[in-house]
Design a protein. Structure first.
Length: 365
């Protein structure tokens, strides 16, 4: 990382670590210094990971996956390049980004659905792809912007329509696997909400009610009781997959990021979620939906700031630096993530590790 890059890195960290009034600002400065030793190794790891991803892109524009020609994996890979500050059409990865964008747009169905092959949940792929297209809108050349201006409204409209499907009260405001699903889960809701938030940031006419209704569903997924205390730190309150469900790492982190980016910054529920994440660290590398949880944990804890981010970040950096392969990739996940393959794992790893660069507009507070 260049001297300028290190400066930006530390300024971003400092911004994330601002503490509430009355607390010692020196604590934030000390936390920045404690993480400064990771500047060079993290930057190097991200560079190696992006070089790996570039080598795995097919001529058609998609990135390798056991699921086939996936718009979701491709969109995550494109956002990984963006997260490091690379832009469409310029620099060493400009054409890789452009080909990824073109692939996703070309896969849009007449009803607006953005989906490739092998998807196990159409709204997952669609929401992730919509988020990516919204993030690159305004960065691309005029020809691609014309295509984006046609594709994005249809994609966003499908998400809004899916939210309005008649559902039981507990599920109102959220999303699930299909655009016609009559229930909701926090995982699908997280991606859909992020895509709407990004589109709204980008000037789209997204009703504030849609955002608020989605946040309402997220809050209904909050566990009713605090976890048993562990050590001296508060155990916090986690979030479940659906209302009434047990708290889990990915579910709680998804809720945390949604709350942080949608008007609930450092609310009681957000801080409680951050406490829960610290009390339940990801100890087994690759276990369960590891990369999904890692991505949301990193994004959410960085937004939450305070003592939460440095406590989480150091553990994450140590773990990810240790397990990165020589070719720059991270091993594919296990359980339900295995089918997504190492391109997915590597893209999610980059998105988690690069959070403090603050290059993606959606994640800027």
């Amino acid at each position: 990382m260049t001297r300028a890059g290190r400066s930006v890195f530390r300024i971003a960290l400092a911004a994330a670590l601002l503490l509430p009034a009355g607390l010692d600002r020196l604590r934030a400065d000390e936390a920045v210094q404690a993480l400064a030793k990771y500047d060079k190794p993290v930057d190097g790891a991200i560079n190696k990971a992006l070089a790996y991803l570039a080598g795995k892109q097919h001529k058609e524009g998609y990135f390798a996956s056991s699921m086939g020609k996936s718009t979701a994996v491709t969109s995550l890979a494109v956002m990984a390049f963006l997260a490091k500050g690379y832009t469409p059409g310029t620099g060493p990865y400009g054409e890789h980004i452009n080909r990824g964008i073109d692939f996703v747009i070309a896969r849009q169905k007449p009803n607006g659905l953005l989906i490739g092959t092998g998807s196990r949940g159409p709204m997952y792929s669609h929401s992730i792809s919509t988020l990516m297209l919204s993030e690159v809108s305004g960065m691309v050349d005029s020809r691609r912007q014309e295509k984006l201006d046609k594709a994005l409204p249809h994609a966003v409209r499908l998400i809004l329509t899916a939210q309005q499907v008649r559902k039981a009260k507990n599920f109102q405001g959220g999303w699930r696997y299909q655009a016609t699903s009559k229930d909701s889960d926090i995982s699908c809701t997280g991606w859909a909400l992020m895509s709407l938030r990004s589109a709204r940031n980008n000037g789209a006419q997204i009703p504030l009610k849609a955002i608020n209704d989605a946040v309402g569903f997220v809050l209904r997924c909050r566990s009713r009781k605090a976890a048993p205390p562990r050590g001296k730190r508060p155990a916090g309150v986690g979030f479940g997959y659906q209302p009434g469900g047990a708290a889990g790492p990915g579910r709680t982190a998804t809720a945390l990021l949604c709350l942080e980016l949608c008007g609930k910054h450092r609310s009681k529920e957000a801080v409680g979620a951050g406490d829960w994440v610290l009390a339940h660290p990801q100890r087994s590398y690759g276990q369960g939906y590891f990369y999904y949880a890692l991505y949301y944990n990193a994004q959410g804890m960085f937004q939450l700031g305070g003592r939460h981010w440095p406590a989480f970040a150091e553990r994450m950096y140590e773990m990810m630096l240790k397990f990165q392969r020589k070719d720059g990739s991270w091993p594919q996940g296990s359980s339900g993530e295995a089918v997504a393959g190492p391109c997915y794992a590597t893209a999610m790893g980059v998105l988690a590790m690069s959070v403090s660069y603050r290059q993606l507009p959606i994640y800027q507070r």
